[in-house]
Design a protein around this ligand. Structure first.
Ligand code: 6YU
Length: 508
């Protein structure tokens, strides 16, 4: 496990207010409280802890509305280490073999592939296209922003390379198979819109794509729900530390009026809370919309530009339960390939009529003994945001038509469905961060930089920034978010231990 500062700062009186009780706010509070900070408070806008870690129910089945997997469950992943410590994982996730598997961002899932004419595709039709796509995606990670990249976005790069390579490598393949393989590439693009939480791969910057780093370990889930992690961390905090239903409206920092406190947090209900330090953990989606109202004086320009340049899109899930499976017993992911998409597309032409075409397919909830026959459909982008506006009945109808068409079985009927609606969550505004076009490592540096910025004569470390969008290489993940909470707590612990003597302390 990542080590903490190994320090306890005896009885720090400083008042620390943390905005947001997701994993980053919680991990910051946890570390500060364990390190001798006596006045730590979390203000949370909703009635629950966890933020984008949110476990729900489909009938009697536990399903994840938000974060799904521990990405890279191995020794350097603090989420894995905590989950193991709290006894939250299945035995196979704990094995050294599982921790050693290194597949980068491509889990080796067993797939079934169906096409829009109701046919199951052969591996000859699917595998060469998948291989080409994966190679191009890997190449996309190798550019470093600096102007040398051949295209502005990952989408542009993959589309132009795929078309060129298909014409060369597959010139002897018959026209229909070649066209179908290009449709498979469109399907992969849509899948990666979900992985990246973006509307289109055309919005993901090619130069910055390689900033994201993976950890070894085959992704695993929490059998009783991701929220178990939140519950265990909450149980170790002093009671009453979190105030719920308390949205923050404005952080007034750098107040030069000597009669008032330098730093004040103003809540929606009008309450004003003075503090020595504020840790902001609100999602990037919220910041994009509200940063001009949330800070007074406004954030420095370089920070504002980075908030705009970084991307924050929507990835939603649609859980669908069936009485019996229509997929193979060993199948882990189902791809749905539209046969009219050989132009390498990841957006639909008409949202209202064809939003469902953006759903790339389903993952199968495993093991079957635990979940029965439940699929999780994945849909990203504006099509996903439009889906959120429909009634559950309308979504069910579209899903029913979709599976009937792709399987050629007109009797298939979902038993029940449940979908997420992250875009319309007023405190999130989408799902997670991706590097937009023109982004670089500097943007993530700017995101995490505390205020006032270096060189200022004002009281230091007034406003600190944590949350997944502030991690230099694990943005968009739970482990990234958790590490940023620890990072900002450690920043304050260092600050106070350079002022007051520190005592040694064992690990958390
Ligand atoms: C992961 C996964 N996963 C699926 C889906 C989603 C996300 N992630 P929080 O938002 O939690 O907390 C902020 C709080 O602030 C919140 O409670 C608010 O209510 C509150 N707040 C806001 N405004 C406020 C105000 N004004 N006043 C007071 N309070 C306020 N991560 O590790 N595994 O499987 C997935 C997935 C559908 C939506 C995910 C996953 C992302 C994580 O959920 C997320 O990063 C953290 O929970 C965020 O915690 P936080 O504390 O920062 O914010 C190659 C390559 C490509 C690169 N990308 C790889 C992508 C891999 C990511 N894949 C994710 C996939 C899924 C399926």
């Amino acid at each position: 496990m990542a080590r903490n500062m190994d320090r306890i700062v005896s009885g720090v009186d400083a008042k620390v207010v943390i905005i947001g009780c997701g994993i980053s706010g919680l991990s910051a509070a946890h570390r500060l409280s364990k390190s001798g900070f006596q006045h730590v408070r979390i203000l949370e806008s909703t009635s629950r802890s966890g933020g984008r870690i949110k476990t729900g129910r489909l009938g009697d089945k536990v399903v994840e509305i938000g974060a799904n997997w521990i990405h890279g469950p191995s020794e350097d992943n603090p989420v894995f280490c905590l989950a193991r410590q709290y006894g939250l994982l299945d035995p196979e996730a704990l094995t050294p073999e599982n921790q050693a598997i290194d597949v980068g961002a491509n889990p080796p899932w067993i797939h079934n592939v169906f096409s829009s004419s109701g046919r199951k595709l052969t591996s000859e039709e699917f595998d060469p296209a998948k291989e080409m796509f994966c190679t191009l995606l890997e190449e996309s990670s190798e550019f470093h922003s600096g102007g040398g990249e051949p295209r502005a976005s990952v989408g542009d790069f993959i589309r132009s390379e795929a078309k060129q390579q298909a014409a060369e490598k597959w010139k002897d393949v018959d026209e229909n198979t070649r066209s179908l393989r290009m449709c498979v590439i469109s399907n992969m693009m849509k899948e990666h819109c979900c992985v990246n939480g973006t509307h289109s791969m055309d919005e993901v910057g090619l130069g910055a794509y390689g900033l994201y780093k993976t950890l070894p370990g085959l992704d695993c889930t929490f059998p009783k729900g991701y929220e178990g992690l939140i519950e265990n961390l909450m149980a170790e905090l002093p009671s009453g530390l979190v105030t719920y239903n308390r949205p923050v409206r404005c952080v007034r920092w750098n107040n030069k009026d000597k009669r008032e406190n330098t730093l004040t947090v103003e809540c929606d209900d009008g309450e004003r809370i003075t503090a020595d330090h504020v840790i902001i953990t609100v999602p990037l989606g919220y910041l994009k919309k509200h940063c001009s109202a949330l800070f007074s004086p406004p954030l420095p320009l370089h920070k504002l530009h980075s908030i705009q340049r970084l991307g924050f899109g929507t990835n939603n899930k649609i859980f669908v339960e069936f009485d019996s499976p229509w997929w193979d017993a060993e199948c882990e992911v189902i791809h749905l390939v539209w046969e009219d998409e050989d132009d390498v597309v990841d957006q639909v032409p008409d949202l209202q009529r064809s939003w469902i075409k953006k759903l790339f397919g389903f993952t199968v909830l495993k093991p079957t003994e635990r979940y029965g026959h439940v699929l999780c459909g994945w849909i990203a982008g504006h099509e996903s945001e439009y889906m959120e506006t429909l009634s559950e009945q309308e979504v069910t109808q579209s899903i029913t038509q979709l599976v009937r068409r792709f399987t050629g079985n007109p009797t298939l009927t979902p038993k029940r469905i449940l979908r997420s609606q992250w875009f319309h969550d007023p405190w999130t505004g989408g799902s997670y961060t991706f590097p937009g076009k023109g982004c670089s490592a500097q943007d993530l540096e700017n995101m995490m930089e505390p205020l006032p910025t270096k060189g200022s004569q004002a009281q230091p470390l007034q406003v600190l920034f944590a949350g997944e969008a502030t991690h230099p290489c694990y943005y968009s993940t739970v482990h990234g978010a958790l590490l940023t909470g620890w990072r900002e707590a450690d920043r304050l612990i260092s600050h106070y231990s350079s002022i007051s003597p520190s005592l040694p302390k064992s690990n958390l």
